[in-house]
Design a protein around this ligand. Structure first.
Ligand SMILES: Nc1ncnc2c1ncn2CCOCCNC(=O)c1cc(-c2ccc(F)cc2)cc(O)c1O
Ligand SMILES: [Mg+2]
Length: 214
């Protein structure tokens, strides 16, 4: 039977990347997506912006909503200090299976906990199930119509603290208008836009960085 795109992406990683070398995994995925098949990873251009936000913050507790094949998981986890933890939620079991293998190939499995399920179901269980008090950094890259309800849910569950940084992918393409309107107008957030391009294309896209003010 025909392979899936995530399976072909994993094959490219296993063929071209060096085990335990996260940068080679990132480069192998970017090469595959640029020269073989487009895939919805955050990509290299927005990925550099993601890197700079993470490096500046040095977060201990990270939440990623939407793992897909684990590309941004690897980008973030490779920059985390020893002892820091990244929890990543993926709804699609097939994507999750591929992501686990990509994360393992990068040698980052000790820093990452991949959880299969819907963000709306798992966010209320973060404290009791993972012993998380609050998150330092949240990367939003899942269903675009879940960004706003899940942000409000994280607020209501007390998972955000003064200074928690939310970084949202795809705020232009596919777009998250309700989320943007909220974080840009709420007195509880200081928000700014990083203009970029949709991964591996010339179309405009960008990342919105929003600091929770408590
Ligand atoms: N734990 C969870 N809870 C809830 N939902 C969850 C979940 N885990 C996953 N999901 C489901 C959704 O996951 C994938 C979401 N990402 C995208 O859809 C996406 C699409 C494009 C795109 C596509 C086509 C174009 F033409 C132009 C742009 C680009 C991107 O960068 C994207 O990120
Ligand atoms: Mg995205």
């Amino acid at each position: 039977t025909k392979s899936t795109r995530p399976q072909r992406l994993l094959k490219a990683v296993q063929k071209h990347a060096t085990r335990g070398d996260p940068q080679s995994v990132i480069s192998a995925i970017d090469h595959f997506c640029r020269h073989s098949e487009w895939a919805m990873n955050v990509g290299d251009e927005k990925g550099c912006i993601l890197d700079s936000v993470v490096s500046e913050l040095n977060p201990e507790k990270v939440l990623e909503l939407g793992t897909y094949c684990g590309y941004s998981t690897v980008r973030i986890a490779r920059l985390l200090p020893p002892g820091a933890r990244l929890i990543t939620l993926e709804f699609n079991a097939d994507y999750a299976a591929i992501a686990r293998q990509v994360i393992a190939w990068a040698g980052l499995e000790d820093k990452v906990q991949l959880v299969e399920g819907a963000s709306g179901d798992w966010i209320p269980r973060m404290k009791e199930h993972f012993g998380i008090e609050t998150f330092d950094f949240v990367f939003l890259d899942h269903w675009k119509d879940r960004y706003l309800p899940d942000t409000k849910l994280m607020e209501d569950c007390g998972l955000l603290r003064k200074g928690t940084v939310l970084l949202a992918d795809n705020v232009i393409c596919p777009g998250v208008p309700d989320y943007l309107e909220y974080v840009r107008n709420s007195l509880s957030y200081k928000s700014c836009y990083f203009k970029s391009h949709l991964e591996y294309t010339k179309a405009e896209d960008g990342l919105e960085k929003s600091v929770f003010l408590g």
